[in-house]
Design a protein around this ligand. Sequence first.
Ligand SMILES: [Zn+2]
Length: 297
Amino acid sequence: MTETFDALTRLVAAGDVVVLSGAGLSTESGIPDYRGPSGAARRHTPMTYQAFTRDPQARRRYWARSHLGWRMIARAAPNAGHHAVARLQAAGLLAGVITQNVDGLHTAAGATGVVELHGRLDEVTCLDCGNLTSRDELDRRLREANPGFDAHVAHVNPDGDVDLPDEAVAGFRTVDCGICGTGMLKPDVVFFGETVPAPRVAECFTRVERARALLVLGSSLTVMSGRRFVIRAAKHGIPVAIVNQGPTRGDGYAAVALDAPLGATLTALADRVAGPTPRPGPAGAGLAPTAGQPAAV
Ligand SMILES: [Zn+2]
């Protein structure tokens, strides 16, 4: 363990490191390992783009659960792991931060230029007119359209999962785009069954290929969306380091693999290579301070 940590330290201390983070980095902020606003992928099948766009019933269920789950996401604050990444960046050791997370917590911790591979949950896009609006505004409109629905907040479990009876879902009213009036609204995140926009992927490949090392944080690399960057790094002879709780599908490519809690490990790493002074992020929690900013660099 100590030997592995030392190897990790040497790799990061040399600089030009690209970070690739996943859901495991945000679990210490109370955000479950999920993809999509409902916070519910663990016990519920994740929503696919096809079901969302074609099935009004599925869409209503999605927004009803998401309407409750959003409160938890909006309240979440960056944890020690996010702050450690921001410290590494402030110390000039990073050549980029790529995240698979849609919670905005890297930026909330003070990191800049974060590439948000799967988009951001605090923005909503209209599938007809393409306008981006804030999730806070949609939240207000959904509250107006569904007075009394908050009674169901009691059903949000500690892990953010939401149990909603069918009759509650059936009575939930979704809203359309407030700009064009009729367009279907979708959170500006990449759903299952959807592809990440090509320019965003290309930018990530470029960053990885120019890096001295790739540091994977809190991702089991089960989906190709993230694993492809590890494969690309390995192909270019760029060392890959992985810090994750549990095995990952990238371990075979890793020069260093550390199975350890993210917050404590990354704080120790930052203390070692970036100096002992923490660099606090902007005040406030979660997505609020960054709402309205562009989704990606
Ligand atoms: Zn519209």
